[in-house]
Design a protein around this ligand. Structure first.
Ligand code: NAD
Length: 269
């Protein structure tokens, strides 16, 4: 019988932001495919509650603004499980207050810009740096979560979107340097994904605007992004590295204005 390369049996996977909307869906899916999970999050109690639900998992206290905490996350995971196969950098600086304050460059608060880059870029870099020696031993891989906002211009979230673009380029740099050691590095770019936090925070008219530019008839769910992450983490993606997998229902794939074109041609297509 053919081996199912999407299985993750025995692989040790760290998921940062593992207690969040997309991170927890990913932890559940990866665990169901056989992975042993380190749920790493600043929200430690939620990380612990999720780890308790999974068959073979630990919770790790992580603050991506604190270098020592990031290095401890890698060291503690390897100490517990004896190896590291995948680092999934999924956490980011998010939340309604952050999103409201992060608009265009002219009104940008320097402190918000610095914090966004500290968590999303510097924190991700430190995690990758600490993980790489262990990934070399297992011929493992890195999956970085970015955003489709990193691929197109928008009038909102200049700090967030440009920080995610930096993570894309970091992903390519790691892939280029470490492919020779058997290590892969890829990014996932979700579009608007209906987590509970987003549903509560995002004004409905703006949600409708994104929906109308989505090529599917629905916005993505956390489970949709989990599928993309689990695929990239698995041996099924063994020939894929240095790539950005856009999982946004086609939102960033087309010429803008499709809602108006749909309306104009309605009935003809
Ligand atoms: N939901 C979307 O629409 C969407 C769209 C594009 C990209 N993304 C990306 O997907 C990823 C997951 O987002 P989500 O929607 O599940 O958000 P979420 O807020 O539900 O989860 C983020 C998690 O990161 C954790 N976190 C935040 N700061 C941290 C820090 N300093 N140290 C450690 N952990 C920290 C939070 O506690 C939370 O559990 C993020 O990288 C986000 O940028 C989400």
């Amino acid at each position: 019988m053919a081996v199912d390369a999407t299985r993750l049996d025995g692989k040790v996977i760290i998921i940062t932001g593992g207690a969040g909307g997309i991170g927890s869906a990913t932890a559940r899916l990866m665990a169901a495919r056989g992975a042993r999970i380190a749920v790493a999050d600043i929200a430690f109690e939620a990380a612990q509650a999720l780890a308790d639900e999974l068959p073979d998992a630990i919770a790790v206290r992580l603050d991506l603004e604190d270098e020592a905490s990031i290095e401890a996350m890698i060291a503690d995971t390897v100490a517990h499980f004896g190896r590291l196969d995948v680092l999934h950098n999924n956490a980011a600086l998010l939340g309604p207050d952050i999103a409201r304050a992060d608009n265009d460059v002219e009104t940008m608060q320097t402190a918000l810009w610095d914090r966004t880059y500290a968590v999303n870029v510097r924190g991700t870099m430190i995690a990758c740096r600490a993980a790489l020696p262990h990934l070399r031993e297992t011929r493992g891989n890195i999956v970085n979560t970015v955003s489709n906002l990193a691929l197109q211009g928008h009038m909102i979230q200049a700090a967030y979107s440009s920080s995610k673009a930096a993570v894309i380029q970091m992903t390519r740099a790691i892939a280029a340097s470490h492919g020779i050691h058997g290590i892969r590095a890829n990014a996932i770019a979700p579009g608007m994904t209906m987590t509970r936090a987003l549903r509560e925070a995002f004004p409905p008219p703006l949600r409708v605007a994104v929906e109308s530019e989505t090529l599917r008839d629905t916005l993505g769910a956390p489970e949709d992004i989990a599928e993309a992450a689990a695929f990239l983490a698995s041996d099924a993606a063994r020939n894929i590295t240095g790539q950005v997998l856009v999982a946004d229902g086609g939102c960033a794939s087309h010429v803008p204005g499709i809602a108006q074109f749909r309306a104009f041609f309605s009935g003809e297509h």
